[in-house]
Design a protein around this ligand. Structure first.
Ligand code: SAM
Length: 270
């Protein structure tokens, strides 16, 4: 079945990060990666002209989408009739309460998020989703490849940093496949990649004070070439770092996520 409709007449809007997917093979790979099962509550962020929306609807029968561009709402709603039951939320995704959405959708009380995200908003959307992690079963997002690389990086990698350490504490991060610019209209300037994020069970995260965790990670990578002793001097001294079993002379890029968690918990307990 066609994924596009002649009713979408508006040109892509740059300020909304609109790059519409047209490569059938990539769209199929995203749907396969999501692999919706009966009863799943799927929520797509930024459906655009429906490239992923309609194949997901064909497969699953129902879907909720969150779209900010008012010019897309009517054509999306119209075109969706041929594919299944589409609930359209016309809002800025950053103002959507995912926990309330999950609560209202029935099922097991969790939603599954999907989206070819507007790249200018990808970090705010990720952190907004993390605030509602307990309401989210998993996320499949298309992002800039460079962002996916940073999300998944570990100690020793040049791109290991604040984004990866923050995300990996709360989620399992699995890069799935890369997507070239030519798969979109208009093509973005950068390569893209699809990533799967699965929030960890709340009782396995182990962070006792999320504000302290954020502060430790922010300061540690704020000056990544400095030793922890120097980078964290506003938060603690070398003895407090050592008391958590972390070397004060190490640099942030050498420290595992689990060590950051232990350090933040130890500082929070003082
Ligand atoms: N899913 C479509 C596709 O793959 O072809 C469109 C993806 S396009 C990269 C990003 C989409 O996010 C656009 O439809 C854009 O209008 C929408 N968008 C941008 N900012 C948004 C926001 N704050 N809240 C919800 N949707 C937004």
């Amino acid at each position: 079945m066609s994924t596009r409709s002649h009713t979408f007449t508006e040109p892509a809007k740059k300020h909304l990060g609109q790059h519409f997917l047209h490569e059938r093979g990539i769209i199929d790979k995203i749907v396969q990666a999501v692999d919706p099962k009966p009863g799943d509550r799927l929520v797509e962020i930024g459906p655009g002209q429906g490239a992923i929306t309609f194949p997901l609807l064909d497969r699953h029968g129902e879907l909720t989408v969150i779209e900010f561009d008012r010019d897309l709402i009517f054509p999306l709603t119209e075109a969706a009739r041929a594919h299944g039951t589409l609930e359209v939320i016309h809002r800025d995704v950053l103002t959507v309460d995912f926990s309330a959405l999950a609560h209202n959708t029935g099922g097991d009380g969790q939603i599954r998020l999907v989206g070819n995200l507007p790249y200018n908003l990808s970090s705010p959307i990720l952190f907004h989703a993390l605030e509602h992690a307990a309401a989210i079963r998993d996320m499949h997002f298309m992002l800039q490849k460079e962002v996916v690389d940073r999300m998944a990086a570990g100690p020793g990698s040049k791109v290991y940093g604040r984004l990866g350490v923050m995300l990996q504490a709360y989620c399992h991060v699995t890069p799935l496949f890369d997507v070239p610019p030519g798969a979109f209209r208009p093509p973005p300037k950068v390569d893209s990649a699809v990533v799967r994020l699965v929030p960890r069970a709340p009782d396995t995260i182990g962070i006792t004070d999320p504000t302290m965790y954020s502060a430790v990670v922010r300061d540690a990578f704020g000056q990544r070439r400095k030793t922890l002793r120097n980078a964290l001097s506003n938060l603690c001294d070398a003895d407090a770092i050592a008391a958590a079993g972390v070397r004060p002379e190490a640099r942030a890029e050498q420290i595992e996520v689990a060590d950051f968690v232990r350090l933040a918990n130890s500082l929070a307990a003082r």
